[in-house]
Design a protein around this ligand. Structure first.
Ligand code: AMP
Length: 306
């Protein structure tokens, strides 16, 4: 008789010590541990990461989802206070997947016991010079610090992050490798609405008009991919075309449009097969609709892997 897959009911942990005890017990039992860090306000994109985590560790593994609106990654004037906090709905959504063992929801005091700003931080240099890093000073130091803290609290073998935040993923890969965390980082493809808009907790801020026009982000990125497939190799030409496409939406205000090497996240003179990441580039943009800032990206491939 076929056996149905096990259904996991999640347990809530709010202190670092309790989370570590749970992780240690799972490790002692020989289970493989996965972590999916989030800010909460979960949507189908987050849940896809959670399912990927379960697939990676298997039925005998252990999946933790952390929900923490991390104050150190929000700048002054950003939406830390207003960021949607929907814990009950998040827990229901996670339990509905039937794939989560632990939900880690620490307080700010639990994560930063010596107050804010923290005395000890983790930072990765250079990779934050462009894209979001250029416009959100201190943001990625906040991200690397909190993810290092989450790694130490949840003690996973692997962690799943979305390609939606491509710069974050590249920076976390470097942090994990340089500091020798011994944790495998898994990048999950961007989950999109039917019209191409990347799912984001911040989409909830958009008016109906803004929501309709927000489709220009993914349209511009797809056009860049098509241009590269046709042979365009000039990043400035690609960026100008993307900006022009975004400008067709009257409510859109571009913060940045950039094409960079996919690994070093530095600008290049021309796309080529011989770049540092072997012909992989990132086209990325940030666009405001009113006060709402949306980001999106695609990978541009040149050469054999195109
Ligand atoms: P956040 O709660 O926005 O910090 O996101 C938590 C994780 O989910 C990050 O690794 C994000 O990159 C990922 N994520 C958010 N939106 C999407 C999406 N539309 N597709 C794939 N991953 C996503």
């Amino acid at each position: 008789m076929p056996t149905s897959p096990p259904v996991y009911e999640s347990t809530l942990f709010t202190t670092v010590a309790a989370m570590q005890a749970e992780a240690d017990a799972a490790r002692a039992a020989g289970r493989r541990l996965a972590l999916v860090p989030t800010l909460g306000a979960l949507h189908a994109g987050h849940l896809a990461l959670v399912r990927e985590a379960r697939d990676r560790v298997g039925p005998g593994g252990h999946v933790t989802v952390s929900i923490f609106v991390n104050p150190t990654q929000f700048g002054p004037g950003e939406d830390f206070e207003a960021y949607p906090r929907t814990l009950d709905a998040d827990r229901d959504a996670l339990d509905e997947t039937g794939t989560v063992d632990a939900v880690f929801v620490p307080t700010v005091e639990a994560m930063y016991p010596f107050g804010l700003p923290p005395f000890a931080t983790v930072a990765v240099r250079d990779l934050d010079r462009h894209l979001c890093g250029a416009h959100r000073p201190g943001h990625f130091a906040g991200v690397t610090t909190v993810v290092a803290r989450l790694f130490l609290a949840c003690r996973p073998h692997l962690a799943v992050f979305g390609q939606k935040d491509a710069q974050q993923l590249a920076i976390l890969r470097r942090m994990t490798a340089d500091l020798g965390f011994g944790i495998e980082l898994v990048g999950h493809p961007i989950v999109r609405e039917a019209d191409g808009l990347a799912l984001s907790s911040r989409n909830a801020y958009l008016s109906a008009q803004e929501r309709a026009q927000a489709v220009v982000l993914s349209q511009a990125l797809r056009a860049a991919q098509a241009a590269v497939a046709r042979g365009e190799r000039d990043p400035a030409v690609l960026a100008r075309a993307m900006e022009a496409q975004v400008a067709t939406a009257p409510l859109a205000r571009v913060q940045y449009v950039e094409v960079v090497d996919a690994e070093t996240l530095q600008p290049v003179e021309a796309l080529s097969e011989g770049g540092p990441s072997g012909g992989r580039y990132l086209a990325a943009l940030a666009v405001f609709f009113g006060a709402t800032r949306l980001i999106d990206n695609v990978t541009l491939r040149v050469g054999e892997q195109a």
